[in-house]
Design a protein around this ligand. Structure first.
Ligand code: TXA
Ligand code: MG
Length: 315
């Protein structure tokens, strides 16, 4: 299949209305989108990504009003979060309306929904009369794409169209918060920090790394992973143990005698998050045997960065 890459909306609209797949830009990562109300279109997402059917998709909307048609029992906390943080990198889990096909939610009676903060994709969503189901546009288990080129490298030839919205400004996936239960619970750390959420709705539970939970398969330990081994810890100790055929993914400091990518020379967490996945891809593609990485400070977006590093390191 010939994959076209462009920032024109027309063709994306035609394809999506015809039940086809289109890769779309968001502020977090690129998504692989289809009409969320069309089960046959959604099945193609799973096939194209090689994604297991037990891993539910996120539904993308253009407005708060649209959520009222797709979800039921929307809690006050969910309303408050939508008003404060949408459009933005926050997915809210709510009980789903029956119009959402089971394939989208992997049979769960809840669904994840978010309004992405990207002008092109918001315009696309506003021009459609259905929401878009979209997981990250990478083969299952690999690093998420943060540019149109990343998508083309891996899914080109399998999809007809990539809507090019430039590089993603946040760079890690949305934070997922479950608002269908008594106490709002964060299921995945991501582009909205826990601190930001707690300032708005008060204390939440954080249940972000649980490999055993069948409800949140995206929480599988090994995920977002490069093909070559990645070890995370103290760089000096790791160098001592693993010798010279390595590249280094550091947060802030430089390692001048090595192939090294620094996520942010000034230690800026937003810049580091934005650079993380592209840096992993680059180091995965060079000739060294191993990637040695270090954690960011464990607060704010640093927690999401560290979560992705742990998963990339998991076997
Ligand atoms: O930033 C993002 O969220 C990106 C962009 C494209 O929007 N999307 C994304 O989708 O990261 P994906 O498919 O890679 O991750 C979706 C994860 C699933 O793996 C699952 O863990 C969680 O969302 N999820 C979806 N629906 C859920 C539900 N009803 N209950 C619990 N978790 C759910
Ligand atoms: Mg993903």
């Amino acid at each position: 299949m010939d994959t076209r890459i462009s920032s024109q909306l027309e063709e994306a609209l035609v394809l999506l209305k015809a039940g086809k797949l289109v890769a779309i830009p968001t502020e977090t990562v690129y998504g692989l989108a289809a009409n969320a109300l069309n089960a046959d279109a959604v099945i193609r997402i799973f096939e194209t990504k090689n994604r297991p059917h037990f891993d539910p998709l996120i539904v993308h909307v253009a407005s708060h009003e649209q959520v009222a048609d797709l979800a039921i029992d929307i809690s006050e906390a969910a309303h408050v979060l939508m008003r404060a943080l949408w459009p933005g990198p926050l997915t809210i889990v709510l009980r789903k309306h029956e119009c959402i096909p089971h394939i989208v939610t992997s049979g769960l009676d809840t669904m994840g929904v978010r309004m992405p903060d990207h002008p092109l994709t918001l315009e696309l969503l506003r021009s459609l009369d259905f929401p878009l189901a979209a997981p990250s546009a990478n083969p299952f288990g690999y690093i998420s794409p943060t540019s149109a080129l990343h998508v083309a490298e891996q899914l080109g030839d399998h999809i007809p169209y990539i809507l090019d919205g430039g590089e993603c400004s946040v760079g890690v996936e949305s934070t997922i918060i479950d608002c269908s239960c008594e106490t709002p619970t964060i299921l995945r750390l991501g582009g909205t920090s826990v601190e930001t959420i707690e300032e708005i709705i008060g204390p939440v539970l954080v249940n972000a790394i649980s490999t055993s939970s069948p409800q949140a398969p995206g929480m599988l330990h090994s995920h977002y992973a490069p093909r070559k081994p990645l070890l995370v810890g103290n760089i000096h100790e790791l160098l001592h143990e693993h010798g010279n055929n390595v590249s280094i993914l550091s947060f802030k400091d430089g390692y001048h005698n090595f192939r090294n990518i620094r996520l942010s020379e000034t230690g800026d967490m937003h810049e580091a998050a934005r650079n993380l996945f592209a840096a992993m891809r680059k180091l995965d593609a060079d000739h060294h045997e191993l990637i040695l990485a270090e954690f960011a400070p464990d607060f704010g977006l640093g927690r999401a960065i560290n979560d992705r590093l742990k998963r990339a390191a998991a076997k």
